[in-house]
Write a new protein. Sequence first.
Length: 346
Amino acid sequence: MPVARTHEDMLKVGVNGYGTIGKRVADAVVAQPDMELVGVAKTRPNFEAERAVAKGYSLYAAIEERADQFVKADIELAGLVDELVEESDVVVDATPSGIGAENKSLYEAHDTPALYQGGEDAEMVDTSFNARANFADASGAEHVRVVSCNTTGLSRLVAPLEAEYGIEKVRATLVRRAGDPAQSGRGPVNDILPNPISLPSHHGPDVQTIFPDLAIDTLGLKVPATLMHMHSVNVSLEAEPDAEEVRELLEGESRLFVVPERFGIDGAGKLKEFALDAGRPRGDLWENCLWGESVSMEGNDLYLFQAIHQESDVVPENVDAVRAVAGTADAAESVETTNDALGIGF
């Protein structure tokens, strides 16, 4: 169990960007026994900015020229984003893809380590990060990329399989949601799109930023849904365990939820309903959701289906990456603390 910290010992975390990911990371930071949320930064005074202030979070203007817009909207500001970065031990950049790269010089100017999201290029950071697979690689790093929701999901699955059985090759087809529920401008509306048409999709190379020697091919489809992504996965193992043995292995992973057949959950819709009924904030599913009855073995080939909640599965990874960068815990300690604080595991 984590050692109680004094206020002075708490890790001071700033969150730049308070949208889908940023607001969830901010809430997760507040829940941690060893972290303090310095504040959050927004580019404009929308409902999320108002909710941040209502929660008691210090709000900073991400763009100096727009600070007066918050004043006109009667939303109290604590200052500008430079001040947030200066006061933080670590900043989580949760801005849209590409903006993190633009913000890198800001963090360097204040000598503040920064975490970026999976939409940024792997080349711009010291290391890509997954808590289950390569926690130690982020120790003392200045710029760390928490890989995307799909890469996080695949990495969590690959890590125990590689460690227990060895892997010859991974083949995954990703059926991807068109957009998050609030992204009203995203599509397709009535279509099924190969995305991308060229093979492989970017997800395989992205997993290789965590597992450099892994043989993996990925394909992507985009469908008119908003709830979750779905993965159809085939892993050729170096061993030939039976399906029950593999299920037991995966059930032992704290961030893999092996859905029991008795639950009668047949898709993403019921998974979300389950999360809401379980009292999860925003109906979030921080875990990979694997259907237990889908776990099948044919010789050394493993097959399964898993669902990935794109709005939330990277949230605990961001929290763990803060500790990794700051060097305040090892992987096992951090994962246990994060899981306990958020209530991860069904």
